[in-house]
Write a protein that binds this ligand. Structure first.
Ligand SMILES: Cc1cc2nc3c(=O)[nH]c(=O)nc-3n(C[C@H](O)[C@H](O)[C@H](O)COP(=O)(O)OP(=O)(O)OC[C@H]3O[C@@H](n4cnc5c(N)ncnc54)[C@H](O)[C@@H]3O)c2cc1C
Length: 522
């Protein structure tokens, strides 16, 4: 997957009319791209920053039906998500896991309520079920989650959901789309839409953020998959467009895994503000979240609020015996949910349905909003279904449900190289050919020089943050370690990309500014 080669496909072929042009390189955009390519359509996807820079790298990392949505009676959404969860576990085993969760039980009513609810969840998953839910004794609960609060504990209900690496999944999707003949480009910002003489959208103008050149694309269908930024594109089409998105912020705190102990995830079904809190093991750390805070404006790098940090910390402290403090926070990251704006004012965000919506504008611009990471493929399929209506052309059946993703292997590596899937073999070969590339980038972490070179040459990473945040996930796992690794990584990148000392200094300055938002000063 090479940026310059993909850019040339556009520059050298300005007359080409693409079937679908997608704006946005998050899970929604790639869901559309994957489905369209599986039907043999030609696809170009443009992302203004790096792939997954937005919400899609900032999730709780769950592939789930959503126990909470079941409690809210959103049966259709849960059924759909459980099916998609199963498919993704099959299509990308190197990036997904079957993760057991334990709900600690402190009252007998809760035991009844969650045992019955989760049996229903099992039933709804049908053939995609990942394991049977069951009640376990207090002793077993404490054995599996050594740090859980024991006072009043009656036992636990175990159930299964999927877990994954969200940004790495986007990279695998980008590579898959590239291999299927799609043209995917990061650092390409769409600035305006073009229309034909009948006022129908027939393309777009974008700027290459790296060299500043302005380019145009003609397409039979243009899809707006920009998450919380969807209204900006809708306004490019129609300056009077009604607000369709309500951003809602969720944050996560990352701790050492020893704060929970064991390999199971903790699920608190009802926090003091009536929401759900997860503490999920991830790449050897513990990710705890989340919150639901309304935001006025979309942002690419949102920041956790003090009150959100306090809320997550206090809730975690209430359920854990080894109590985490601010000083124990390794990283804090925030993301914005692209919720559909409620028609009436005052509707609570936790009550806004997570079901996705496809909007067809009078100009034939197609906008995909809402939804969940888990259902990205189905969201894409539902969007591509509009193609015949918008373009007047036929298309083949979707094959995205069984499309194996780049790196697919049934035997992924153990440890941190698992995320590369079948590519790990080639990285190991590089390590053999160049023993000097075995050097580690940080004494506490296993990442090597070889991986940085692999990432630059094969995963379209252009900036320091692309490597440290979305190829390695170290910025989210341990922000201070990410800062410490930065100079070395910048130097390797500059050498391989042919950049000079000024580039290194600029990258380090920019990365430091971003990374500071992930660090909590005591
Ligand atoms: C805190 C939190 C936790 C979550 N946890 C889960 C979970 O565990 N499981 C789950 O299933 N779902 C979860 N979700 C939901 C899920 O993460 C989102 O629904 C999903 O990532 C949204 O993806 P998206 O592609 O619509 O938006 P984004 O990922 O934000 O992608 C939109 C992209 O469009 C780009 N863009 C914007 N304007 C332009 C332009 N002019 N030109 C080019 N590109 C542009 C942006 O840069 C951005 O990268 C969570 C959400 C949040 C906030």
């Amino acid at each position: 997957m090479h940026r310059s080669a993909n850019l040339s496909k556009i520059k050298d072929n300005q007359e080409k009319i693409w079937d679908i042009a997608i704006i946005g390189g998050g899970s929604s955009g790639f869901g559309v791209a994957l489905d369209a390519l599986s039907r043999g359509l030609s696809v170009v996807l443009l992302e203004k920053s790096d792939f997954a820079k937005g919400t899609s790298s900032r999730s709780t990392k769950l592939l789930h039906g959503g126990v909470r949505y079941l409690a809210q009676g959103d049966v259709f959404l849960v059924l759909e998500a459980l099916k998609e969860r199963g498919r993704l576990l099959e299509n990308a085993p190197h990036l997904t896991y079957n993760q057991p969760f334990i709900i600690p039980i402190y009252t007998w009513f809760d035991r009844l309520q969650y045992s019955v609810g989760l049996k229903l969840y099992d039933l709804m998953a049908g053939k995609w079920r990942l394991g049977k839910s069951k009640f376990i004794s207090k002793t077993e609960t404490v054995r599996r989650m050594p740090q859980i609060k024991q006072e009043g504990l009656k036992g636990g209900v175990v159930y299964h959901d999927g877990q994954f690496d969200d940004a790495r999944m986007i990279i695998a999707l980008a590579q898959t789309c590239d291999e299927l003949g799609g043209c995917v480009l990061n650092y390409s910002k769409v600035e305006s839409l073009t229309k034909d003489t009948n006022g129908k959208v027939d393309g777009l103008n974008f700027i290459d953020q790296l060299d500043g050149s302005h380019l145009q694309i003609k397409a039979r269908m243009v899809v707006n998959a920009t998450g919380v930024f969807a209204d900006k594109i809708l306004k490019m089409d129609n300056p009077d467009a009604r607000k369709s998105i309500q951003p809602s912020q969720g944050i996560h705190l990352v701790f050492d895994q020893s704060f929970l102990g064991g390999k199971d995830a903790l699920m608190i079904p009802k926090t003091s503000d009536g929401r759900v809190l997860f503490a999920v093991p991830w790449h050897g750390k513990l990710v705890v979240g989340t919150t639901d805070t309304l935001k006025d404006k979309p942002q690419l790098e949102p920041e956790a609020l003090e009150k959100e940090i306090d809320f997550v910390l206090e809730t975690a402290q209430a359920y854990l015996t080894k109590k985490p403090t601010k000083a124990d926070i390794l990283s804090v990251f925030a993301g914005l949910r692209p919720l559909a704006a409620p028609k009436e004012d005052g509707a609570k965000t936790k009550e806004i349905s997570r079901t996705h919506k496809v909007i067809l504008s009078d100009s034939k611009l197609v906008t995909l909003t809402g939804g969940k990471w888990t259902t990205f493929r189905k969201m894409g399929e539902d969007t591509v279904e509009y193609f015949p209506r918008v373009s007047g052309k036929n298309m083949s059946e979707s094959k995205s449900a069984t499309q194996k993703l780049h790196g697919f292997t049934i035997k992924p590596d153990e440890g941190h190289m698992a995320i590369y899937g079948s590519d790990a073999f080639q990285i190991r070969f590089m390590l053999k050919e160049h023993p000097e590339w075995r050097e580690k980038l940080h004494p506490k972490y296993p990442y090597t020089i070889a991986e940085v070179i692999w990432i630059i040459r094969n995963e379209m990473a252009v900036k320091l943050e692309d490597v440290l945040s979305r190829r390695f996930r170290i910025l989210l796992l341990d922000a201070r370690a990410a800062m410490e690794m930065a100079p070395k990584v910048a130097e390797i990148m500059a050498r391989d990309l042919g950049m000079d000392q000024n580039w290194i200094e600029d990258e380090l300055k920019e990365f430091k500014k971003t990374a500071n938002k992930y660090i909590i000063k005591p």
